[in-house]
Design a protein around this ligand. Structure first.
Ligand code: E4P
Length: 217
């Protein structure tokens, strides 16, 4: 399973990249705003900066909600760097724009997916990635992981190449369960990645090894 980090924070992206396990980055307008990045030129520059830090795909979301402007904005984003994946909302014009970009060989990420029907549409439109928001479903007492397993089943039935990018991951158990289901990618905060490191037996075991080494040296 690929690990993407879901942030626009350059220090956190650097930290995940330094760990050697990062496959890409996802951003959204809220994450950009959280870092205080506003204004078209600053936003475009921030995407360039993120691409400099990582080797993998970087999702950059369009703001437009109509086909024509989504295409215009998406083309501008895609021209920034070959790593850029045009992120499009799961609305009718987003599906049309997804088909347009996939026909042109430009990578896409269809975002804000909350149902199997939406996931099916994204795959039919040739999306590179399709992002079901599991944490936000859990927030409203709906089983986000169940949605991901249903999508996995349907995509496997037909051999769809669209990658399931489990998004809105909040913690390590989401990561582990996404891996069990066979999600192609997960995107979450830095803590959902670094949290996988922690085990008290690792810490106590290492302390004991070092203590015993010191005794003999
Ligand atoms: C997906 O690409 C989104 O950026 C993200 O995962 C949303 O997560 P949230 O529900 O924690 O805001």
């Amino acid at each position: 399973m690929k690990f993407f980090i879901d942030t626009a924070n350059l220090a956190q992206i650097k930290e995940a990249q330094a760990l050697g396990v990062l496959d890409g980055v996802t951003t959204n307008p809220s994450l950009m705003a959280k870092e205080g990045i506003s204004g078209k030129e600053n936003i475009l520059q921030h995407y360039r900066d993120i691409c400099e830090l990582v080797d993998g795909d970087v999702s950059a979301e369009v703001i437009a909600t109509d086909f024509e402007n989504m295409v215009k904005e998406g083309e501008e984003l895609a021209a920034l760097n070959p790593q850029i994946v045009v992120k499009l909302p799961m609305i009718a014009d987003g599906v049309k724009a997804c088909k347009y970009f996939s026909d042109k060989g430009i990578k896409t990420n269809v975002t804000l997916v909350f149902s199997v029907g939406q996931a099916l549409l994204a795959a039919k439109a040739g999306a590179t990635y399709m992002s079901p928001f599991l944490g936000r479903l859990d927030d409203v007492s709906t089983d986000g992981l169940h949605l991901i397993s249903e999508i996995r089943h349907i995509y496997d039935n037909y051999g769809f190449e669209t990658q399931i990018l489990s998004a809105s991951v909040r913690h390590t158990m989401h990561v582990i369960n996404c891996a069990k289901i066979g999600s192609d990618v997960m995107t979450g905060p830095l803590s959902s990645i670094t949290g996988l490191l922690s085990h008290p037996l690792t810490d106590s075991g290492l302390a004991k090894f070092l203590e015993d080494y010191k005794k003999g040296n």
